[in-house]
Design a protein around this ligand. Structure first.
Ligand SMILES: [Zn+2]
Length: 69
């Protein structure tokens, strides 16, 4: 089956017996993400998690400072 990446619009031929092809048959085609975009999104998500932890740490320190002042 032909699938189109939702992010870069690249068309890829997916093996009909592949688990992802079976999954996509029951879902809209636009949920497909090519390997390159999947990698990019995963990296960005991890970056966001790291930033979130950093912000949480900073806000915790601020609360700590208010507590002891
Ligand atoms: Zn893509």
């Amino acid at each position: 089956m032909m699938v189109q990446c939702v992010i870069c619009d690249i068309l890829e031929e997916l093996d009909n017996t592949a688990p992802e092809a079976k999954r996509l048959r029951n879902r809209p085609i636009h949920t497909y993400m090519c390997a390159a975009c999947h990698e990019r999104v995963t990296a960005r998500t991890n970056e966001r998690i790291a930033t979130g932890k950093f912000r949480f740490y900073r806000s915790s320190r601020r609360i700590e400072g208010d507590f002891y002042s």
